[in-house]
Ligand binder design. Structure first.
Ligand SMILES: [Zn+2]
Length: 90
């Protein structure tokens, strides 16, 4: 029996003929959804669509944009937040 985590229809299966002429099943996890801005819900740039285990293999700098709220807010919403913070300080 296959691993418990693979016993779901959301995992894609592919039958592959090996060089030793065996027919084996290769499992591939579905791609994750596009990361979206938490305020305006627009898709974020610079955030790859990878499953968490693949994401962990990447350097942190290529997982999300390197700026405050990178990977959570789009650049426009980030600027709005900062303007609000600055205006509250005055
Ligand atoms: Zn936004």
């Amino acid at each position: 029996m296959v691993q418990r985590m693979l016993r779901t229809r959301s995992v894609k299966k592919r039958r592959v003929r090996t060089p030793g002429n065996r027919l084996v099943t290769h499992y591939k996890m579905e791609k994750t959804k596009v990361a979206k801005c938490n305020v305006c819900k627009k898709p974020l740039h610079g955030v790859p669509r990878l499953i968490p285990s693949e994401m962990r293999k990447l350097p942190k700098s290529s997982r999300r944009p390197e700026r405050p709220y990178g990977g959570n807010l789009c650049s426009k919403c980030m600027r709005k937040v900062f303007r609000k913070v600055v205006s509250n300080m005055k």
